[in-house]
Ligand binder design. Structure first.
Ligand SMILES: [Mg+2]
Length: 199
């Protein structure tokens, strides 16, 4: 595998977010990526200078500039299970496991050194002792039925995907069975840097 693997979020024809990660490996469990503090990322920035996370319309993403930034605060291990409409994130703070995050997203399009994701806004936050809660239900509901986002029927499918993952959390099934909670990166891995043109 290459040294840098780019994880891009698309919104309509626009890249809304691009993360440089280190590819850890890939097997029957899925594609595993390492996103450390200090990695490059790029995001669309609103007039207030903050990342544009939940712009109301597709064209708002096209109008906002894409800026390079540096990832801070949490190291993240990201698993894309094969063909799944979600990814699972392990958060680490000061080298200690800090909980999981489930990002609900359309089944990604995979390329050699990048993966393209369409975020579904609805997420699940999971504590290290497997207490879980929905996150961003309000913006998920707001966007339901909006052109370029998801229909009412698709919204039901997105929530059902989350409920299947929640069942795995409650049962402490893989990947919520302790796997990789002690993960540490190889110190020789380079800082993930975005290519010159992440678009
Ligand atoms: Mg999300």
């Amino acid at each position: 595998m290459r040294q840098v693997f780019v994880r891009r979020y698309l919104r309509g024809p626009y890249v809304s977010w691009a993360q440089a990660t280190h590819p850890v490996g890939e097997d029957e469990r899925g594609l595993l990526l390492w996103l450390p503090v200090g990695a490059d990322f790029a995001c669309r920035v609103g007039l207030d200078g903050d990342p544009l996370r939940d712009a109301p319309g597709i064209e708002d993403y096209g109008a906002a500039p894409l800026q390079r930034r540096t990832w801070t605060d949490l190291d993240v291990l990201i698993l894309h299970p094969p063909g799944a409409a979600h990814s699972v994130w392990w958060f680490f703070k000061n080298k200690g496991f800090h909980g999981w995050y489930v990002n609900l997203e359309a089944r990604p399009a995979r390329r050699t050194d990048a993966i393209d994701v369409v975020d579904h806004h609805l997420d699940i936050v999971v504590t290290p002792d497997r207490e879980w809660r929905w996150k961003d239900e309000d913006t998920f509901t707001d966007r339901t039925g909006v052109p370029g986002f998801w229909s009412e029927a698709e919204a039901q499918g997105i929530r059902a995907e989350g409920e299947r993952v929640a069942a795995a959390i409650e049962a402490a099934r893989f990947p919520f069975d302790g796997t990789w909670c002690d993960f540490r990166p190889d110190p020789s891995w380079p800082r993930p840097a975005l290519p010159q043109d992440p678009l």
